[in-house]
Write a protein that binds this ligand. Structure first.
Ligand SMILES: CC(C)(COP(=O)(O)OP(=O)(O)OC[C@H]1O[C@@H](n2cnc3c(N)ncnc32)[C@H](O)[C@@H]1OP(=O)(O)O)[C@@H](O)C(=O)NCCC(=O)NCCS
Length: 175
């Protein structure tokens, strides 16, 4: 479990009042446009409610992101294990509700997660898998110091751009 606080955001364990905003987030066609489309809200609600009762012990997961000024949950961010051509990689993942876009929130939490992963968790490499048409996400990847490595085909056939940063590269990042 990760807890992080930045200037404007707090990433923390899930609470029962987070279930509704998180279901709204993952069932929004605009939010999920480059992430495989809207999820099944009923199934998500069940999973999130189970998570409130018994949080997953996995250190790699997504957690609610609260805007400190309002107390509202506006995003779902974290680290996820991804199988890529036989290797397990750790993906830096950032998802925000549409009204929160364009305020620098994703960059703010992504930088904090990168630093936490490298400095506190012993993680040495982070990746992002990004739809080629998702310009904002590619920009965030660059701002956290990631470099484009290659395009790959995911199970199911979707093309994703693989961005990555290793712990040694981080000081060169120019946010
Ligand atoms: C992608 C997403 C996380 C961006 O969140 P955000 O808080 O608006 O991002 P930020 O404000 O921190 O930064 C966005 C950057 O992308 C740039 N940008 C926005 N739209 C862009 C586009 N279409 N093409 C290129 N760059 C773009 C912004 O100008 C900004 O860069 P700048 O600070 O250098 O000007 C948000 O739109 C989102 O949650 N989308 C849906 C989920 C998603 O696609 N997540 C990524 C999965 S790989």
């Amino acid at each position: 479990m990760i807890r992080l606080e930045t200037e404007r955001l707090r990433l923390r364990p899930i609470q029962s009042e987070d279930v509704e905003p998180l279901v709204d987030l993952w069932t929004d066609p605009e939010v999920t446009r480059f992430m495989g489309g809207p999820r099944d809200g009923t199934q998500l609600k069940t999973w999130f409610e189970e998570d409130v009762i018994e949080p997953a012990p996995d250190p790699h997961d997504l957690w609610p992101v609260e805007e400190i000024a309002t107390g509202q949950v506006i995003g779902h961010c974290g680290l996820l294990d991804k199988e890529i051509e036989g290797e397990t990689e750790i993906e830096l993942t950032y998802v925000f509700a549409v009204p929160a876009w364009g305020k620098g929130f994703a960059t703010e939490i992504a930088v904090a997660l990168r630093d936490h992963a490298f400095e506190k968790m012993g993680i040495t490499r982070l990746i992002a898998l990004i739809d080629p048409d998702n310009g904002a996400s590619q920009r965030i990847a660059e701002k956290v110091g990631m470099r484009f490595e290659r395009d790959l085909v995911r199970p199911g056939g979707a093309i994703r751009r693989l961005y990555a940063v290793t712990v040694g590269e981080k000081p060169d990042a120019k946010p």
